[in-house]
Design a protein around this ligand. Structure first.
Ligand code: ATP
Ligand code: FE
Length: 354
């Protein structure tokens, strides 16, 4: 089967064409994968502006679809299924992708799979690794941070989650406070490589609660207070970046990663109480690109799998992959034309509606 994946839930417009067999359990082949990132455009606003993001998707999506399908060496008529993110995300951006998918469905009478963006982030691991169910999924992205028990591709139980900011937000907001630009995850990751994790102390959120919930608002506030007391550390221009900046990045990142590591232990314990011992761990979402998180978790756990960095941040390949894995519960044309998008994540098997 040929699967077209469309992702427009936030600020990245991405399209991919995959070839795979939904029954084989084998990794599909990524025939083409294109991404248009709005990062540079949105950097000047210091974050995502939903209205601007929607307009950018409208501009970029049609040409991107054209290019990707050509690069894959197929035509629109070859596509057997369209996978499109329908939740969670920003409503305007989601609707641009969904309407493109519906147009294709209308033209070619193809079916659609309405993709849960978060599950797709985790399941992207199968693009490059063989991981068996059940597994413990740690999703760390720009808008969410969750520990899950993944029993099957569409059977995901949330074991714990952040009670305030997401891990990616902790990076982005921290970077903004320091004057490092947006999005700051990769910038902090790079600067921290030459920094001292022990130079400054930042708090690990919910350190004493023996559950797998997370909190990142405290570490962010601690950084704000610290910078108010030490305004010289603020980076006004790239020339201001020095050893102090690197040490702050390393110490701040250490607090975030320590929380993720600590709470993973409780997530594993909780899965054990549910009768699932020694499960593999899968880490996905944009923050799964982080080199320090990768190092720390790989040192502690043998059976941990990270989504390939190019499939960690938002991309069409993970959306097509998820649609392919759930091929049997696709929505058939013409019911496809009444699919809706929504902004929030509610963990119900709503995408099973056919
Ligand atoms: P969600 O998936 O929750 O809707 P999103 O799609 O915006 O949110 P992703 O695209 O999965 O989020 O990830 C983006 C986030 O990943 C940003 O917060 C970014 O700073 C962070 N990120 C990217 N690379 C790194 C890195 N190397 N280290 C830490 N964080 C990173
Ligand atoms: Fe995402």
């Amino acid at each position: 089967k040929y699967i077209l994946g469309i992702e427009t839930s936030c600020d990245d417009t991405s399209v991919a064409v995959l070839k795979g067999d939904p029954t084989s359990g084998q990794a599909p082949e990524v025939l083409a994968f294109e991404l248009f990132s709005q990062e540079q455009m949105l950097a000047q606003w210091g974050g995502v502006v939903p209205e601007i993001a929607s307009r950018n998707h409208l501009d970029k999506l049609a040409p991107l679809l054209d290019v990707t399908i050509k690069k894959a060496g197929v035509t629109l008529s070859d596509i057997d299924l369209v996978g499109v993110t329908t939740f969670p995300g920003l409503l305007g951006p989601l609707l641009t992708g969904l309407n493109a998918a519906k147009t294709i469905s209308l033209l070619k009478k193809v079916d659609i799979f309405a993709v849960n963006h978060l599950f797709a982030h985790l399941e992207a691991v199968h693009l490059t690794h063989e991981v068996t169910y059940p597994y413990i999924g740690l999703l760390v992205s720009g808008g969410h941070s969750l520990y899950t028990l993944v029993r099957a591709s569409d059977d995901v139980e949330v074991l714990g989650s952040t009670i305030d900011d997401a891990a990616g937000e902790a990076y982005d907001k921290g970077g903004k406070l320091m004057g490092l630009g947006y999005p700051a995850g990769r910038i902090i990751d790079d600067l921290a490589k030459e920094g001292d994790i022990n130079r400054f102390e930042f708090p690990v959120g919910l350190k004493t609660s023996k559950d797998c919930n997370l909190s990142f608002s405290g570490v962010k506030t601690a950084l704000r207070t610290f910078l108010e007391k030490n305004p010289d550390y603020y980076v006004k221009s790239p020339e201001d970046i020095n050893q102090d900046t690197k040490d702050i990045c390393a110490s701040y990142q250490h607090a975030i990663v320590s929380a993720l590591k600590l709470k993973l232990r409780y997530a594993i314990e909780k899965a054990g109480e549910l009768g699932h011992k020694n499960l593999p761990v899968v880490v996905g979402g944009g923050v799964a690109c982080n080199s320090y998180l990768r190092k720390v978790l790989k040192e502690k756990y043998k059976n941990v799998f990270f989504v390939e960095p190019k499939y960690c941040t938002d991309n069409g390949a993970m959306i097509a992959n998820y649609a392919l894995r759930n091929y049997e519960s696709r929505i058939k044309y013409p019911a496809t034309l009444s699919i809706d998008a929504r902004s929030r994540f509610i963990n119900k098997k709503e995408h099973r509606k056919t």
